[in-house]
Design a protein around this ligand. Structure first.
Ligand code: ADP
Length: 571
């Protein structure tokens, strides 16, 4: 029972709150309109009150005039109504009653004070302005009619009719109509200016939104491209730096500011004076193309090709520059490798060719009866020709995509022994000892010719990169499903930085390139491909000046596997 009462009470409370909310929103939401009504009405009410105060001093008796009292009362009531009435709920033109009533207010006040303030009729200017400003031509007509009535009614009501009284009905409406017209013209010209301003404002807003959209498109494009873009003003200050160029700058210096960038000349080691930096040049108004600089330290840097174009303002004065930076590190490295390769390969061909030519000359110059000497010279020439043939085979293997593998059952120990025998003369001439620790037969299914190439390359490198007194040790053992082979030397070693690159075609470490050790950077690439074509793997470990170990793992395979591998690899 009590619960029902409580819920009924709550429902009533909610209804009352809802009603209060509706009343509030309906009656008080037109605050702007009330304010504008009050502001329009106040000048007249205020002026009348001022007149009343002045009369209190000048002619207190006039205050007892019923007409004046009525006028003041009416003005005050109208002012209060301006604030209280819910104008937005009333018919649209209801507000016109206020300025029209103001004519009555002024008419009454003017009649009552005619002897003290003859020009009080001019107060009509307030409702006239109101009507003309708000109602346009209709307001002008209303102003004229209302002021005519205001001036004429007292005359017809039997007031004294002096000549000036007779002129009044025409003079005052005339003045008021002129004022109404002036206000109307002013307001409509202000209105058309306002409309024009609004149109311009709308156009500006649209243009601004379009430029923002274009700006976003441009920003995205600049961030997507792989080229660094940098724009500077005439003083060299940054206007724009895209994502790629921020990366370029971060490479060189954590602050990423151009003046702090570590710039090197294109040779990669000479520090570039700041005034020769691309941005500094561009800020001086220079335009250039493909200006190569390096960013970073001499050991870790990127090669950038920079291009700059100067911008001018509308008067043709220099206004800044736009620079584009392309990272050409890989290209420059590839070109360096190519140059290096050409130099090495020429050298590798030249030495055996010179030797062949030299020994053939000797054969020709030696008397025919010295057959023993002929044979000896021809053998040297033949061995050099074989070297050349091997070199050409290596080049062909490296450049061809497929490398045929023809597996068969074979003993790795046999191949190791053959390779050791053929490498021994070279090892002996360099003072390097070869130790073969492989002793047991190691059977597997593989291509003996290709595995022989692997052994020859690893042994020849181990000897080539070891100094006199060094040793090269070969081990090989059976690990069940695989055979593992290792070649260890006590030579110059490979830096940790170079280690991952040594199986790349044409790669030669800096240390090796600077020394006189011959080579073209093809051997290990070929070895890796042969091993992988057998389903095996090769790894290298090394320490500078201690030595290197190359470890090859080859699956033993079966006859069946062998047949499959053969079919696959010779396709
Ligand atoms: P090449 O020996 O003709 O230069 P390779 O492909 O056989 O080409 O070797 C590539 C590079 O690996 C060599 O230039 C050298 O820098 C390094 N390298 C290979 N084997 C050894 C080794 N045993 N000791 C030191 N460095 C080696």
């Amino acid at each position: 029972m009590q619960t029902t009462a409580t819920s009924a009470h709550r429902a009533i409370k909610e209804d009352v709150e809802d009603l209060a909310h509706q009343v509030k929103s309906r009656f008080f939401s037109d605050a702007t309109q009330r304010r504008s009504m009050l502001v329009s009405q106040l000048p007249l009410t205020g002026s009348l009150l001022t007149v009343a105060v002045m009369l209190a001093f000048v002619r207190p008796a006039a205050l007892r005039d019923t007409g004046l009292q009525l006028s003041l009362m009416l003005a005050l009531v109208i002012t209060v109504l301006c604030v209280l009435l819910p104008w937005n709920l009333l018919p649209a033109k209801t507000y016109l009653s206020v300025p029209l009533l103001d004519f009555v207010v002024v008419g009454l006040a003017r009649e009552a004070t005619a002897s003290s303030f003859s020009s009080l009729g001019l107060l009509l200017v307030f409702p006239v302005i109101w009507l003309a400003a708000r109602e346009g031509k209709m307001g002008v007509v209303l102003s004229f009619s209302a002021s005519l009535l205001t001036a004429a009614v007292p005359l017809f009501a039997g007031a004294s009719a002096t000549p000036s009284d007779i002129a009044r009905p025409f003079l005052l409406p005339l003045i008021m109509t002129v004022i109404a017209l002036a206000v109307h013209i002013l307001v409509s010209s202000l209105g058309s200016q306002d409309a024009k301003l609004k149109r311009q404002d709308e156009e500006l807003r649209k243009a601004y939104e379009e430029s923002l959209a274009r700006q976003r498109l441009l920003d995205t494009m600049l961030d997507v491209v792989g080229v660094g873009v940098h724009a500077v003003d005439a003083a060299g200050n940054d206007i724009l730096v895209n994502r790629q160029h921020r990366r370029n700058r971060a490479l060189s210096h954590p602050s990423g500011k151009e003046q702090d960038l570590n710039l090197l000349a294109s040779d990669g080691s000479t520090p570039l004076p700041p005034e020769h930096g691309p941005v500094a040049r561009a800020a001086r108004g220079q335009s250039f193309s493909d200006y190569i600089v390096r960013l970073g330290s001499p050991t870790n840097n990127r090669v950038l090709s920079s291009t700059a174009r100067a911008m001018t303002d509308k008067d043709g004065n220099f206004a800044g520059s736009v620079l584009a930076f392309s990272d050409v590190t890989e290209l420059v490295n590839a070109l360096a490798i190519k140059d290096d390769f050409v130099a090495n390969i020429s050298h590798e061909f030249r030495s055996p060719l010179m030797s062949i030519i030299g020994y053939l000359d000797l054969v020709l110059d030696t008397p025919e009866d010295r057959a023993g000497q002929h044979r000896e010279f021809l053998r040297v020439a033949q061995s050099n020709a074989e070297k050349l043939l091997n070199l050409v085979s290596d080049l062909l293997s490296a450049s061809s995509d497929s490398m045929g593998v023809h597996p068969q059952k074979m003993d790795l120990l046999d191949l190791i022994r053959i390779s050791v025998v053929s490498a021994s003369p070279r090892a002996g001439s360099r003072g390097v000892e070869i130790i073969n620790e492989a002793a047991q037969p190691l059977w597997l299914t593989a291509d003996p010719f290709r595995v022989g190439q692997v052994l020859d390359n690893l042994l020849s490198n181990a000897i080539k990169y070891s100094g006199p007194g060094g040793t090269v040790t070969i081990r090989a053992w059976d690990t069940g499903r695989e055979i593992t082979l290792s070649v260890t030397d006590t030579g110059i070693g490979i830096s940790q930085e170079d280690l991952p690159k040594i199986f790349t075609r044409y790669f030669r470490s800096n240390a090796v390139r600077e020394s006189a050790i011959p080579g073209v950077g093809l051997g290990l690439g070929i070895v890796k491909r042969i091993v992988e074509n057998h389903g095996g793997s090769i790894t290298a470990s090394s320490r500078i000046d201690v030595g290197s170990t190359f470890t090859v793992i080859l699956p033993k395979g079966t006859d069946h596997d062998a047949a499959e591998t053969d079919a696959l690899t010779t396709i």
